[in-house]
Write a protein that binds this ligand. Structure first.
Ligand SMILES: [Zn+2]
Length: 339
């Protein structure tokens, strides 16, 4: 008699928790396979013999070696098709990670400085994002970031170059090497962005001090803080962020890889949740930092012992913090409640 158990199909694995990704640099999703494919298409020779050799280079040891590789590999991105392929590759992975809504950063100065026109970058990304709802079931927004280690004048030039495309852009942001480049350096361009009706976010309090978070709030008038983990050094700042429910887009695996935190088990995420901060979990530069959105959820569950309800709270927060209309937001939150 055949065993009954042998004919019972194993239950399908539970799909990942529905979530929004709010801190994701599209250039940070460039995986070795796509680097090689785009290099070949564009006739670029790479200093790596194989994908494996390149993959080994992704195991950098500090911020500078990460940034060197990050900016060097961007050279394979030349045409609208390249940017569309990059975004489509991310969206396909994001779908597998339970991402239902993605607010995607891009760094125009990293491309215009290489002679790639602003329009090529935005049209290529927009082509993939336009099809994202239908192809991947993911709603999307585009956030244009200024490189804070470039000048304020360069940020202003970048904003003006993007003016013809502002209908494609939801918000402006601020990224790259933080220390020594306080948010106040970019007050003028943020004022223009707000005047143009854009939302504003900024990286602050990752490696830089809590004072940079104050500046992002009070000088730039941001709607969200990216990272912000250093706010825990300043009780008054925590009280302000809690009172105004300013979202913080925390990136746990990134914090470990860039040595903002030595060990994930010591991450302040549980203390931040306990303090009543509006925390979300995100992947930052997932091709380089060892994990996409759900990989970060899994990592904090395992390292910090977060239970199912805490994870659902993080997922609900991601939709609360997103630039969504209220009806869509409510639909997504219901998906989390039903999970
Ligand atoms: Zn970032």
């Amino acid at each position: 008699m055949p065993s009954l158990t042998s004919t019972t199909s194993p239950s399908a694995p539970k799909p990942p928790l529905p979530k929004a990704e709010l801190h994701l640099h599209i250039e940070g999703t460039l995986e070795p396979g796509l680097v090689f494919a785009l290099a070949e298409r564009n006739g670029i020779s790479l200093p790596y013999a194989t994908e494996d050799a390149l993959r080994r280079a992704y195991s950098f040891t500090d911020l500078q070696s990460f940034l060197d590789l990050y900016y060097a590999l961007m050279d394979v991105l030349r045409t609208e098709d390249d940017f569309a392929d990059l975004a489509n590759a991310y969206l396909a992975r994001a779908r597998e990670q339970g991402v239902r809504h993605a607010e995607i950063f891009f760094d125009p100065q990293a491309h215009t400085a290489r002679g790639v026109p602003m329009g090529t970058v935005i049209r290529g990304l927009a082509r993939a994002l336009d099809g994202a709802q239908e192809t991947y079931g993911i709603s999307t927004r585009l956030i244009m970031c200024f490189l804070r280690d470039e000048s304020a004048a360069s940020a202003l030039e970048t904003f003006e170059a993007a003016r013809p495309y502002l209908d494609r852009i939801t918000a402006v942001g601020l990224d790259s090497a933080e220390v020594g480049h306080p948010p106040s350096k970019f007050a003028e361009v943020y004022a223009l962005a707000r005047e143009a009706g854009l939302k504003c976010v900024a990286h602050a309090g990752e490696e830089g001090p809590a004072a940079y978070v104050w500046e992002a709030l009070d000088v730039l008038g941001v709607d969200r803080i990216d990272h912000g983990v250093r706010c825990m050094d300043d009780e008054r700042l925590v009280a302000r962020l809690v009172a105004d429910q300013v979202p913080l887009t925390v990136c746990p695996l990134s914090n470990v890889r860039l040595r903002v935190i030595d060990d994930l088990a010591d991450h302040p995420l549980p203390a931040m949740l306990d303090a009543g901060l509006l925390i979300t979990v995100n992947s930052d530069d997932p091709a380089y930092f060892g994990g996409y959105a759900d990989d970060n959820f899994t990592a904090v569950r395992e390292a910090l012992g977060l239970d199912e309800e805490a994870l659902r709270r993080l997922a609900r927060n991601s939709f609360r913090a997103a630039f969504l209309d209220e009806e869509t937001r409510a639909t997504y939150v219901k998906e989390v409640d039903a999970y």
